[in-house]
Design a protein around this ligand. Structure first.
Ligand code: AMP
Ligand code: GLY
Length: 427
């Protein structure tokens, strides 16, 4: 089968890498891809938001399955468009992807179905949002309703900061139309956990758990990023929590979606906060996480294509998923200045010497220029390693990282450090 992977990040490289291992896969195309995907497949010069061109490419090239990486094309209805053309696609429909593309829609669904989440209120008018924060206890969390490249969440410590955040979203439209409506919610405390579930409309199967490191600098300081590294399994998701998550989140969610006529088929990635009162849903993503995918897929022993097929066909109840018992750690190398302004076009050295048994280097913002691999984005590489323990995986990942260099290279030195002493439990 010929596969088209839509996207250009580390997540897409990891998806293409894992799909390539399936015996049923003949050729892999990536649109638009990066220097890493070009090594295992063929890059196609089509941007992820050019849906008509993607459909045309899939039709003309006999693509058997298209796997969508990022959220934007899903929110724009790529799955509906492909299905209408009789093309197989992995990713939820536009109406199901609203779980991620509208935080107000997700909050309302959670409220109706009694899914534990932060208390919050939705606002369409700036005056009402101002009035609400004047009466609030701080901190509060202010969220743009729509997609904002993971930057649309601001934790405001006082009324002044809250008003500035509201003004920047609703008035200045810092995130464009995504900020036309807001959600203001209570600030929860606890440890976060990234969960991935394949959902076929009726059944779901959990993938291995992971924990992301969202802040740019060591010690969880600095601005929020897309994710600077991850480890798997998460050290805070016990089998008891998994049972609670099934009972309190997944079952009511699937029931609620079905009752409102929405069939979710694809990857659901709830971000959870484990609070002293139990797990709370922070958000729902409708796609694989980045860098979670780069830390989860090296642990997957089963055939990914078969699992994606079972998801599309509503056959997950018959699927078996096998995991490598080893832990995995992923360290992201970013361009200097990321997540703010950064330069690109810097030659990357040491990629070959960094390769070792148990290490996988996933490309994100890279491209090939005059035969050399150079930087082309904020997050440049994700270096993943497997080990018998988190500590061993961490040592191996950082050993590989030590060989790689490019001008301005920035990475965290403390990925998975907090988990080194912890016992591995659960998925
Ligand atoms: P989201 O895009 O909703 O996941 O938000 C991004 C990040 O903001 C989360 O990973 C959390 O670190 C933080 N966050 C979101 N909602 C809350 C909340 N209610 N309380 C505390 N932190 C939050
Ligand atoms: N790493 C978080 C995300 O993919 O949303």
């Amino acid at each position: 089968m010929k596969i088209l992977v839509v996207g250009s990040g580390g997540r897409e490289h990891a998806l293409a890498w894992k799909l390539k291992q399936s015996s049923a896969v003949e050729r892999i195309f990536c649109a638009p891809g990066n220097a890493g995907t070009a090594e295992i497949g063929e890059n196609v010069v089509i941007q992820t938001n050019d849906l008509p061109a993607l459909v045309r490419f899939a039709k003309e090239n006999g693509i058997g399955m298209t796997v969508v990486g990022p959220d934007d094309p899903l929110a724009a209805g790529i799955a509906d468009l492909f299905e209408a053309e009789g093309l197989r696609v992995f990713g939820p429909s536009k109406s199901a992807a609203r779980l991620e593309s509208s935080k107000i829609f997700a909050k309302e669904l959670m409220r109706k179905n009694k899914i534990p989440t932060a208390r919050g209120a939705a606002f369409e008018k700036i005056e009402a949002a101002f009035a609400f924060v004047n009466e609030s206890r701080f901190p509060v969390v202010i969220k743009a309703d729509g997609l904002a490249l993971g930057k649309g969440v601001i934790i405001a410590q006082d009324a002044l900061a809250a008003r500035a955040a509201i003004d920047s979203m609703m008035n200045e439209r810092r995130f464009g139309e995504a900020g036309a409506r807001l959600l203001i919610e209570e600030c929860l405390t606890g440890a976060e956990c990234s969960l991935h579930a394949l959902v076929d409309g009726k059944n779901y199967r959990m993938l291995a758990t992971a924990r992301d490191h969202k802040r740019a600098y060591d010690g969880d300081t600095g601005p929020n990023t897309g994710g600077m590294g991850a480890f798997s399994p998460a050290n805070n998701f016990s089998p008891e929590l998994e049972a609670q998550f099934d009972r309190e989140v997944m079952r009511p969610l699937l029931k609620g979606l079905n009752e409102s006529g929405v069939r979710f088929r694809g990857l659901l990635f709830p971000g959870l906060m484990i609070t002293p009162k139990g797990p709370r849903v922070l958000e729902f993503n409708c796609r694989f996480g980045d860098p979670e995918t780069q830390v989860i897929l090296p642990r997957l022993k089963s055939d990914l294509l078969e699992l994606l097929e079972a998801t599309i066909d509503g056959a997950l109840d018959r699927a078996t998923i096998e995991w490598d018992d080893r832990a995995a750690v992923t360290v992201v190398l970013a361009s200097g200045g990321y997540p703010n302004k950064y330069e690109t076009g810097k030659p990357i050295t040491g990629l070959e010497t960094a390769c070792a048994q148990g290490v996988q280097i996933f490309h994100a913002g890279t491209r090939r220029e005059n035969g050399k691999i150079v930087t082309a984005g904020g997050r440049v590489l994700a270096v993943s390693a497997l080990g018998e323990t988190v500590a061993a995986a961490r040592t191996l990942a950082y050993e590989a990282v030590s060989h790689i260099d490019f001008e301005g290279c920035q990475y965290r030195r403390d990925i998975a450090l907090g988990a080194v002493a912890a016992k591995v439990v659960g998925l």
